[in-house]
Design a protein. Structure first.
Length: 256
C-alpha cells in the first residue's frame, strides 16, 4: 500500500481530507436525524454552519496534537482528544449560532458530538487495520538509541528477527557521532529527528539499560517531542544473563 511508505506530510494531508469529509458527513447526518428530511440542504444557515464547523474542528484536532500521533500506534489519549475536539467544536458553534441567530436546532451540536467522534475515531481504527495488514511481511525501518554494547547486541537480535530494519544509531556521545558501527551511522538526536521525519520512522529502540533514571527521563522527554513509538530493553540484569530478545522489549512513555 502506497500510503504506508508515504511521507508524513502526505499522510497528514490524507487525514485532514478524511476528517473534513467526516465532519461534513456528521453534520449532514445530525440534521437528517433531527429533521427527518433533506429540506435543510436549501437553507443558507446550514451552509454557514458547515463552513464554520470544518475549520473549528480541524483546528481543535491540530491543537490537541491528534495529527502528531503515529497512526499505527495511536494511544487511547488520541481518541479522547478527538472527543474533546468534537465538544469544543459543538459548543463553539452553539454560541456562534445564538449570537448570529442561525436557524440551527439546538440539539444539533449534541448529536454532532456523538456522530463526529464515532466517524473520525472509526476512520482511525479502520486505517490502523489497513496499515497493520499492509505492513505484514515487510521490515519496518527503525532506529536504536544507544550505540554501546547493549545497542550492538540488540542490533544483532533485530537483524535475526527480520521484523525491523535498523537504519542508524542515535548517541549523545559526540566522540562517536558521525562514526559507523556494524555498517550503520551514529548520529546526534537532532540529525535523527530529520531522518525520522523524512523517512517516516515508526519505532525507536532505547538501548540504555545502565543509565541513571534521570538521564533516561531526559532522553524520553526528547523522544516525546516526536510522534514515534519507543521500546526499551527490560533491564541490565537481563542483558548480563544474555536475555536480550526482541520479544522482551516493552513500550514506554515519558512517565515511566
Amino acid at each position: 500500500m502506497r500510503i504506508i511508505s508515504a511521507d508524513r506530510r502526505i499522510k497528514m494531508l490524507v487525514l485532514v481530507m478524511l476528517d473534513t469529509a467526516s465532519i461534513v458527513g456528521a453534520l449532514f447526518l445530525a440534521m437528517l436525524l433531527r429533521l427527518e428530511k433533506f429540506t435543510f440542504i436549501s437553507k443558507t444557515h446550514f451552509w454557514i454552519a458547515l463552513a464554520l464547523y470544518i475549520p473549528v474542528m480541524l483546528f481543535s484536532l491540530e491543537r490537541l496534537n491528534v495529527y502528531k500521533s503515529v497512526l499505527r500506534y495511536m494511544p487511547i489519549k488520541s481518541f479522547l482528544d478527538i472527543f474533546v475536539a468534537s465538544l469544543i467544536t459543538a459548543f463553539t458553534l452553539m454560541i456562534i449560532s445564538i449570537f448570529w441567530e442561525l436557524s440551527i436546532p439546538r440539539s444539533i451540536p449534541f448529536i454532532f458530538i456523538i456522530l463526529s467522534f464515532m466517524i473520525i475515531a472509526g476512520s482511525r481504527l479502520t486505517l490502523q487495520g489497513f496499515l497493520v495488514i499492509g505492513s505484514q511481511g515487510s521490515e519496518k525501518e527503525s532506529i536504536i538509541y544507544g550505540a554501546g554494547e547493549s545497542g550492538r547486541q540488540l542490533l544483532d537480535d533485530i537483524n535475526s528477527n527480520k521484523q525491523f530494519k535498523v537504519i542508524c544509531f542515535i548517541d549523545d556521545n559526540i566522540i562517536i557521532q558521525n562514526s559507523r558501527i556494524n555498517g550503520l551511522s551514529v548520529v546526534s538526536f537532532e540529525k535523527a529527528k530529520s531522518i525520522i521525519e523524512s523517512r517516516d520512522i515508526q519505532t525507536v529502540f532505547l538501548a540504555m539499560p545502565s543509565v541513571l533514571v534521570s538521564q533516561r527521563q531526559i532522553v524520553l522527554k526528547k523522544l516525546a517531542e516526536i510522534p514515534i513509538e519507543v521500546r526499551t530493553l527490560p533491564s541490565l540484569s537481563d542483558l548480563i544473563e544474555g536475555k536480550v530478545e526482541l520479544s522482551g522489549l516493552k513500550k514506554v512513555s515519558v512517565e515511566d
